[in-house]
Ligand binder design. Structure first.
Ligand code: NDP
Ligand code: BG6
Length: 494
């Protein structure tokens, strides 16, 4: 299905996300013929740029993309425009009215407009109001949709307040809260793995599963984003959104049909079923950490407190591990261990489903574990681990693996998360975007962690390049379990 004719208005067009992710995603969609040819992009920000200088900036960003030719690049750039607007002055948005009329006429985009909010989050409530002041939210001539970048709120109260602000001018069906993890092919594949295979679904519950591990590890530090990150931390940056969404995909019930409402009903149910964290949980089932300087591969790596934009006395966590539970019939009593962090030994996102062992070990005392490892990124793969007989005398069981690499399935180019989600928003498909009730439930769940941090809760140190504080190992060891230590190399074997 092709997208409707439409004009994409990017607020924050002079910023990092626009040139690093959004324009390259649109360019690739253009190159592979997935965009309707009647489209245009209007970049908006305060910087003093014009169409030509904006195109030049974007050209430079795109020159590094694979398989580009000067002709295709120029064809694409002819669809790009720029309008300087003082984003905090409502009257200045008036400039957008004639500009958009002209572009809709020129590119025959039928008034369909996709607003992308890629500015500092403090403007997420302001921009919709300013657009509405000039009638730019009205759907009489073409649809109007709003993509809102993360973070959606800073805590439960601010997320609710932001919704109230936006809902005054845009209806829920017009709002697309982006979480790029939902755009990842392998996250969507989880649903297909679970709901298209009878044997998987029949084992996918508390009767067979011992515990679930979810890891979102990054090898990089905070890079140039210290200023932003310090106000956020691992909990707000990764856990409240990306990892809780992944957890919901692991835990949700099968939707009646695959459409935005059914899917998102099931996601919201998981968020509502998370067992509320008690004071005891935050003290005993949560570990927060911050990386310290180290030498990695012969190179000195800064500690978090030495990073640019980070106050020397910061208590922001760059690592978080949590044991949580889901209170419903499928999952009651099954621990979910979730961890995320910067400056860990590898960039890897994976889910490990640990199955229960046999009730009585017949062949050896150390029966091999049965586990299903779902590698979300990189080297996307699924690996099933189980025991088979070790060749030779006796009956010694040995762990073996059955591996599947996602790349072996793809005969077409796999879209990146931003490509997929931009395309979906242009088609009006909100299935892979976060819905308001799920976002609020996620904030409600994490609020005790925020309170714990604010009340001076403990932040452990860990050396850059390690798997986080020792306390995280102890957390999982309390139940006799261990975190998997995924290697960065999963080219052939997971
Ligand atoms: P940048 O700081 O690089 O860009 C912010 C943009 O907003 C600039 O174009 C800036 O341009 C514009 N802007 C408009 N009004 C204001 C204002 N009043 N104050 C400051 N800037 C203003 O941010 P990013 O591009 O990195 O991020 C944009 C949003 O996307 C953020 O909310 C971020 O959390 C989110 N995000 C970013 C990711 C990334 O990888 N960069 C990943 C996931 C989410 P000008 O000064 O010309 O007005
Ligand atoms: C972003 C966070 O949302 O996700 C970053 O702000 C993080 O801090 C990034 O690095 C991780 O995304 P990915 O797709 O590289 O796993």
């Amino acid at each position: 299905m092709q997208t409707d004719n439409n004009c994409i208005v990017i607020f924050g067009a002079s910023g990092d996300l626009t040139h690093r992710k959004l324009i390259p995603a649109l360019y690739n969609l253009f190159k592979i013929g997935r965009l309707n040819e009647r489209f245009c992009v209007l970049g908006v920000a305060r910087s003093d740029l014009n169409d030509e200088t904006f195109r030049q900036k974007m050209r430079e960003a795109l020159l590094n993309t694979e398989e580009t030719t000067p002709e295709t690049l120029e064809d694409f750039c002819r669809h790009l425009y720029y309008q300087a607007v003082n984003t905090s002055d409502a009257s200045d948005y008036g400039k957008l009215v004639p500009r958009l009329d002209e572009l809709h006429d020129q590119h025959q985009t039928c008034g369909n407009t996709l607003y992308y909010l890629s500015t500092p989050p403090s403007l997420y409530g302001v921009i919709p109001e300013c657009l509405a002041e000039h009638g730019l939210n009205k759907e009489e001539h073409g649809w109007k949709r709003l993509i809102v970048e993360k973070p959606f709120g800073y805590d439960r109260k601010t997320a609710e307040a932001l919704d109230v602000q936006i809902h005054r001018f845009f209806k829920e069906h017009q709002i697309y809260r982006i979480d790029h993890y939902l755009g990842k092919e392998t996250v969507q594949n989880l649903l297909v793995l679970r709901f298209s295979n009878g044997w998987v679904e029949s084992l996918w519950n508390r009767n067979f599963i011992d515990y679930v591990e979810i890891t979102g590890a990054e090898a990089i530090g905070v890079e140039e984003r210290g200023g932003y990150y310090d106000g956020s931390g691992a909990m707000r940056d990764m856990f409240q959104n990306h990892l809780l969404q992944v957890l919901a995909m692991v835990a949700m019930e099968p939707p009646a049909i695959i459409n935005a409402n059914s899917m998102r009903d099931e996601v919201a149910k998981v968020m509502h079923s998370l067992r509320p964290l008690t004071q005891d949980d935050v003290e005993h089932n949560l570990v927060l950490g911050q990386y310290t300087a180290a030498e990695i591969d012969g190179k000195e790596v800064k500690g978090y407190l030495q990073e640019k934009g980070v106050p020397a006395n910061s208590r922001t966590e760059t690592f978080m591990a949590l044991r949580c539970e889901i209170e419903n019939w499928r999952w009651a009593g099954v621990p979910f261990y979730v961890r995320t962090g910067k400056r860990l030994p590898a960039r890897v996102t994976e889910i490990v489903i640990h199955f229960k062992t046999t009730p009585h070990p017949v062949f050896s005392q150390n029966a091999p574990e049965n586990k299903l490892i779902i590698r979300i990124q990189p080297d996307e793969a699924i690996s099933m681990r189980f025991g088979l007989k070790k060749p030779g005398a006796g009956f010694e069981a040995k762990e073996v693996s059955m591996d599947f690499r996602y790349a072996d399935l793809a005969d077409d180019q796999v879209l990146t998360a931003y490509e997929r989600l931009l395309l979906d928003a242009m088609k009006g498909d909100a299935t892979l975007f976060a819905r308001t009730d799920a976002v609020h439930a996620a904030w409600k769940f994490v609020q005790p962690i925020l309170n714990y941090k604010e009340a001076g809760g403990r932040i452990y140190e860990y050396e850059a390049g390690t798997w986080g504080p020792v306390a995280a190992e102890k957390l999982i060891a309390k139940e006799g379990k261990v975190w998997r230590k995924p290697s960065g190399l999963m080219k052939k074997k997971v």
